[in-house]
Ligand binder design. Structure first.
Ligand code: ZN
Length: 386
């Protein structure tokens, strides 16, 4: 079964790839003073792919016995509507909750008291459901088990929870707890919406750009580079890089693609776990996506917005915009503000707002320090008809 720890040697594409506007930067040399020669002590989450590829009832049985084998004999279940079928064989359940649209920090806090008698919080659902369950596990002081029903972003195996404080509030990024173990049901994931799989790939397109941004901060003397986290982020991108070159349609969604995306997302999440922050996988493009959220509410999956915003980063870094745009078209990801319901003026407002969404993280946006008219010119150069 592939796990993050077994991903040391991803199969690199053997043929020469066309330029895609995304090149991994060269890893800066390790400092010689030994300060950064500390071995990585973080343990990657144990990940399991279901043996079943087409029957969700079989996968449900596998999940139930896998939980027992992994010591979750009296779990507290947090499920979304899409996770109900997968969770129905689980035994010994001491409590259950379904956050639905109420997935907030306040909701999680209220549930954590109920979960204290359990030996693990088992979350079966999409991103918000998993994020709410991470906070329930933190509050109850027990391990967290992730059973994602979608692969739409790399927070699946990260220690970060993104949730509003209360209903109607803006989502906040919180330090929570990473899963010790994660179970991936292939029948469930194969049937998940194609848009969510595209978004999962989209979230990983930011990794090389985030590494370039990290390198800018290093060159400016603002930050050090952690080689383990850097390599994991790069490795995650290499896994999905070949997908940029071909059209991705529903006919391409098969167990192999699901396995590849699981490996890539878990590896990316592990890069965050190693460093304790999202720095290796999140740069200017994430700031732009956050600015869209803040100003206009989410207009698409997080990973889809990040992929769209990566076009701006590609331009500011001076890479090949048209090649990258063609990759977004191939993957069915947004590549024009219109697809997110945004006008030229909206995009200028987004780019002006982006740096303040994460103050202190130096990226190509801060280096460019664009004023209003330079931002307008950049938007026109990327989308003449916006
Ligand atoms: Zn992301």
């Amino acid at each position: 079964m592939p796990g993050a720890s077994e991903l040391a040697a991803p199969s690199a594409p053997t043929r020469a790839l066309p330029p895609r506007g995304l090149e991994l930067p060269v890893l800066p040399p390790e400092p010689l003073d030994g300060v950064y020669l500390v071995a990585c002590t973080t343990t990657p989450p144990r990940t399991t792919l279901s043996a079943s590829i087409d029957d969700e009832n079989d996968a449900a049985e596998e999940l139930a016995s896998w939980l027992r084998a992994n010591g979750a004999e009296q779990p507290f279940l947090v499920t979304s509507a899409h996770g109900r079928q997968l969770g129905r064989g689980i035994t010994g359940v001491v409590g259950a909750a379904a956050p639905g649209a109420r997935a907030t920090q306040a909701w999680a806090q209220a549930q954590s008291g109920r979960a204290r008698r359990a030996d693990a919080v088992v979350a079966i659902g999409g991103g918000r459901c998993l994020d709410a369950a991470k906070l329930v596990a933190v509050g109850a002081g027990i391990p967290f088990v992730a059973v994602p029903t979608q692969l739409s972003h790399d927070g699946v195996c990260s220690p970060v929870a993104v949730l509003p404080r209360a209903m109607g509030g803006l989502a906040e990024s919180l330090e929570a707890v990473a899963p010790q173990v994660a179970f991936f049901s292939r029948p469930t994931l194969i049937r998940s919406p194609l848009a969510s799989l595209r978004a999962g790939i989209g979230d990983l397109l930011s990794n090389p750009l985030a590494l370039h941004d990290w390198n800018l901060a290093f060159e400016a003397g603002l930050e050090q580079i952690d080689h383990t986290a850097w390599n994991l982020s790069a490795q995650s991108f290499r896994l999905i890089e070949p997908l940029l070159g071909e059209r991705l349609g529903p006919e391409h969604v098969d167990p192999a693609l699901i396995g590849l995306l699981v490996d890539a997302l878990v590896t990316s999440g592990f890069a965050m776990m190693v460093l304790g922050t999202s720095r290796p996988v999140s740069g200017a493009e994430h700031k732009i996506s956050h600015a869209i959220d803040e100003l206009f509410g989410g207009r698409a999956h997080h990973g889809a917005q990040v992929a769209f915003a990566s076009l701006v980063s590609v331009a500011l870094h001076g890479f090949d915009v048209e090649s990258f745009r063609a990759g977004l078209v191939n993957l069915g990801l947004p590549h024009h503000p219109r697809q997110l319901g945004l006008s030229h003026d909206d995009m200028v407002a987004v780019l002006q707002r982006a740096p303040s969404t994460r103050p202190g993280r130096f990226t190509v946006l801060e280096r460019a320090a664009l004023d209003g008219s330079a931002t307008g010119a950049l938007v026109r150069s990327l989308w003449a008809d916006a």
